[in-house]
Design a protein around this ligand. Structure first.
Ligand code: SAH
Length: 503
């Protein structure tokens, strides 16, 4: 046997991917295999693990066969013993109603090294996002975390209702939605006032958070009326009333309640996802179905002429920047080799990345597509000049063709290729019930359609970044509902917002 492996019991937080800990993010980036549950942020996992990490779904879901706890324990031990770095990602905190204790015991018993990474538990996070401080100087000086779902195999109920009713502070119930009525009347029967405020928070911290409030006397009816379903947290106590003033998360965000799929390549998904969720309140499903990979030097270098002799260099994507400079280094050159060349890029984000290298692009088109760059280059002298077009292996020939027509000597060099990345089951499930699917390139359309197959969200509105992407979508039989007028992330968000406002 080789080097012994290690298992990490990692808390994933309550749903908002921003509530993962720094340690969790760091570990997910280097685990070889991750066993995960249903309650982790949909799709967040795909963008956090390294390409090639094995993702194993072991969650329990009502009405579906699930992996038994013993089997999960055994899998963890077996994988770690085989020398793997194993992540066991669990919703919220692994040791709060997550059976993480049993998993740790199994690992300890088998002599496997392990670490526990605490997570933000739903009983703290969901009330916070609903505007309910679970403790308060005025009258809530203790808080109890209680299970609302007792182990059906236990002969006697373990909850002591008299003690809970007498508890001097806030009660927070996990897993209690289905038993809400008996929970409420057990508390009242044991002496808790019938008029005591109660809140039930569904899918707290996500774009689908909903909250119902009432009293112990009427909360069950109100929750039934609102159609609130698990997963939800129930908060009992006077602090619930503070929500009237403090419900910061549920107010003023135009995409609250909408699920939006982001299919941009994982390296680029974050800016779009971040704005949609944090500023606008959408539930973002990152289905980063493509990734890019630099081509090997032996594929790149033969196609590349003397770099310091190009008159014009066109970099067609931000993915081209790193491999381009790597090629420069292989020839023992640095940025000074570009001193004589004019430099053109397709998009402002490519220009920004180039600026970090100390180079200001000379040509940045307003319309960020190949056609836009061709237009923007109309004023450049290219006849008889040496031009380099650096791009993706599967790039279109529009730009080199247009330049050749104007008499340029064009070298086309592919620096990277785009690869499909199979989305996890959690992302696909979340994507299947989306309100919007956004496409930022033709390849994202192709790969997403292929990956999701029959589960494609028929009712979703489709948002495309520009005409080339829309054309591909239509070729594949999709109806494009919204096309951005400006072909960049801001333009796409603007178009989506306008559509959400008018529908
Ligand atoms: N270990 C988890 C709890 C697992 S038990 C934690 O620390 O949060 C599962 C229960 O957690 C659900 O039935 C629900 O009561 C609660 N829960 C988990 N995520 C939630 C969320 N986003 N919003 C509301 N409740 C949630």
């Amino acid at each position: 046997m080789g080097v012994p492996g290690k298992a990490y019991l990692i808390g994933a937080g309550p749903g908002d991917p921003g509530l993962l800990t720094v340690r969790a993010v760091e570990l997910l980036g280097r685990c070889d295999v991750v066993l995960y549950d249903r309650l982790i942020p949909a799709g967040a996992l795909d963008s956090l693990v390294a390409t090639g990490t094995e993702l194993v779904y072991v969650g329990k879901e009502p009405g579906r066969p699930s992996m038994a706890q013993d089997e999960i324990n055994a899998r963890l031990v077996e994988l770690a013993r085989a020398g793997r770095t194993v992540g066991r990602l669990k919703g919220g905190d692994p040791f709060v109603f997550g059976r993480g204790g049993e998993e740790a015991e199994a690992l300890a018993g088998a002599g496997v090294r392990f670490e526990v990474v605490p997570g933000i538990t739903a009983g703290v996070a969901a009330p916070a996002y609903a505007g309910i401080p679970i403790t308060h100087r005025d009258g809530a000086s203790a808080v109890a975390f209680v299970t609302g779902h007792e182990d059906p195999d236990k002969p006697e109920p373990v909850l002591d209702w008299d003690a809970l009713a007498a508890f001097p502070g806030t009660l927070v119930f996990y897993m209690g939605v289905r038993n809400l009525e008996p929970i409420a009347w057990s508390l009242v029967e044991a002496g808790r006032p019938e008029g005591e405020p109660v809140a039930v928070i569904e899918r707290g911290t996500t774009g689908r958070q909903r909250t119902a409030t009432g009293t112990l006397g009427d909360i069950a009816a109100r929750v039934a009326e609102a159609g609130i379903k698990p997963p939800a947290i129930t908060v009992v106590g006077a602090v619930v009333d503070l929500r009237d003033e403090l419900a910061w998360f549920e107010q003023g965000r135009p995409l609250m309640g909408k699920t939006v799929v982001v299919t941009r390549a994982r390296e680029q998904a974050s800016a779009l996802a971040e704005r949609l969720s944090r500023e606008l309140g959408a539930e973002v499903v990152a289905a980063p179905v493509i990734t890019t990979e630099p081509l090997a030097p032996e594929e790149v270098d033969p196609a590349l002429g003397p770099i310091d002799r190009y008159d014009l260099i066109c970099l067609t994507s931000r993915n081209a920047i790193d491999p381009f400079f790597a090629a420069l280094r292989r020839r023992r050159l640095d940025a000074r080799a570009l001193a004589a060349a004019r430099i053109a890029v397709i998009g402002s984000s490519t220009a920004a990345l180039l600026a970090e290298r100390g180079i200001d692009a000379d040509v940045v088109p307003g319309r960020q597509v190949a056609e836009g760059l061709i237009e923007a280059l109309a004023g450049e002298e290219v006849d008889g000049r040496r031009v380099l077009v650096a791009r993706a292996a599967e790039g279109r020939d529009l730009l080199p063709d247009a330049l050749r027509e104007r008499g340029a000597q064009v070298d086309v060099v592919a620096l990277y290729r785009t690869l499909p990345l199979p989305p996890s089951r959690a992302s696909l499930e979340a994507a299947a019930r989306a309100d919007y699917v956004t496409f930022t390139s033709s390849s994202t359309v192709r790969y997403f359609v292929e990956a999701i197959g029959d589960a494609f969200p028929r009712a979703a509105r489709i948002v495309s970044i520009g005409p080339a992407t829309s054309a591909t979508a239509r070729e594949l039989g999709l109806e494009v509902h919204v096309e951005a007028a400006r072909h960049d992330v801001d333009g796409l968000i603007e178009a989506l917002l306008e559509d959400a406002r008018s529908s």
